[in-house]
Design a protein around this ligand. Structure first.
Ligand SMILES: *[C@@H]1O[C@H](CO)[C@@H](O)[C@H](O)[C@H]1NC(C)=O
Ligand SMILES: *[C@@H]1O[C@H](CO)[C@@H](O)[C@H](O)[C@H]1NC(C)=O
Length: 380
């Protein structure tokens, strides 16, 4: 999800300028709709895996359950299910992704993509991804037990205005989803929930593969293994940049829970290259949330790629007067993504050891990563 080069995601987020669009039914002056309560019943409405709505619906109106944005209140008393926090986090994240695609479906047409030289099928593929994401909303709602609230939609702001900047952000979001799901899948204690999560991650991979082939015309394969990053909530937290502050239904739980509020991390805006072996400066892009470094402590940039991580000592003693520079490990392949954090110990063995980040560095297509950093649209 959404913001990631050392996260093109975060620099993008920092530069959010697009006007926030209204989600329907978000007028707090009105009571929540009765229909939203009917959604507490998992058999209400089209069922994912059994309905073509989640595949072949070609309308611009919001597909079910994206057309019902209110929170769904508990229908039973009792303790929450053991995995409810995880699914609530994922449902809140999914609202962001669903709205991202729904916005594109409303803003663009088949022509918008054809005009910039993309295949005729592009718009339909985006509609189909939007439909898949609606199905994910329903799957996640149904995974939350009847004793917990199922979060509703907030209002969102996305930094795209044209088809290419949309597709660039989409590529980062899809691959970031793949990375955070490798961490999130380690959370559910119920095994079938982990299976469901993997099945969703695979769908995000198909979306990403399509973009690499049809949009960016590159090699679609991502190396022997996509990147495992164990602290999923830290990636989810970066997506808060897409949420209009204060716009969530007050009944929604904290997103994500638990939330560390780490300082955002990105490569410097003018970084010419983010490929392995490149030396980059570290930017902490949120002026209201800056890291604090102990002058007598050794900190590390920890880079995760594939199933391993590599720690590089960094000099923080003269920051912020002097920038922090670090070289991305040269022996990583230029594939998939690299996730970077700043930690107070090599290997970032616990989430508490992380002091800034994560930043998601897109390696494929590598040129897209640097274009996103500059806030520009990449050339096709
Ligand atoms: C939402 O979509 C469902 C399924 O298509 C439909 O039955 C329902 O009336 C819609 N509700 C709203 C509020 O649009
Ligand atoms: C990073 O790698 C080290 C060495 O293999 C390992 O001990 C550590 O647990 C890894 N960190 C994470 C967060 O997986």
């Amino acid at each position: 999800m959404l913001t990631s080069s050392l996260i093109p995601l975060l620099p993008l987020l920092g530069a959010v300028q697009a006007a926030p669009a209204e989600a329907p039914n978000k007028d707090n002056a009105h009571p929540y709709s009765a229909e939203s309560q009917w959604l507490a019943d998992p058999t209400y409405g089209p069922i994912p895996g059994e309905s073509d709505i989640y595949n072949y619906y070609w309308g611009t109106d919001r597909p079910f359950p994206g057309n019902i944005t209110d929170p769904i209140f508990p229908t039973q008393d009792g303790p929450p299910g053991i995995d409810d926090w995880t699914w609530q986090n994922l449902l809140s994240a999914e609202w962001i992704i669903f709205e991202f695609y729904q916005r594109a479906v409303e803003l663009f047409s088949e022509d918008s993509f054809v005009k910039v030289g993309l295949p005729q099928t592009t718009y339909r593929r985006i509609q189909e991804i939007r439909n898949n994401e609606a199905g994910h909303l329903r799957i996640f709602q149904n995974q939350i037990s009847p004793t917990s609230v199922k979060p509703g939609a907030c209002r969102y702001q996305f930094p795209f205005t044209d088809p290419i900047s949309f597709l660039a952000l989409m590529t980062v979001l899809e691959i970031s989803s793949m990375a955070f799901l490798t961490g999130l899948v380690q959370q559910p204690r119920i095994a079938s929930g982990r299976g469901a999560m993997i099945a969703i991650a695979e769908v995000e991979t198909r979306h990403e593969t399509w973009a690499l082939i049809d949009i960016w015309k590159t090699d679609p394969f991502g190396g022997t293994s996509d990147t495992v990053f164990p602290y999923a909530n830290e990636i989810l937290d970066t997506t808060n940049a897409f949420i209009v502050p204060g716009s969530c239904p007050p009944e929604n739980p904290e997103y994500p829970h638990p939330r560390q509020r780490l300082p955002a991390l990105s490569a410097g805006k003018d970084t010419p290259s983010l490929t392995p072996g490149s030396t980059i400066s570290l930017d902490f892009t949120d002026p209201r949330n800056q890291p604090r470094f102990d002058p007598y402590w050794q900190y590390y940039a920890v880079f995760f790629h594939g199933v391993v991580n590599v720690s590089v000592p960094i000099d923080t003693t003269r920051w912020p007067q002097q920038e922090i520079w670090v070289t991305i490990p040269a022996n990583f392949e230029t594939k998939g993504v690299i996730v970077a954090v700043v930690a107070d110990r090599p290997g970032a063995p616990t989430k508490e050891s992380i002091v800034a980040g994560p930043g998601v560095i897109l390696e494929q297509p590598a040129a897209l990563a640097t274009a996103l950093l500059k806030g520009g649209a990449p050339g096709l």
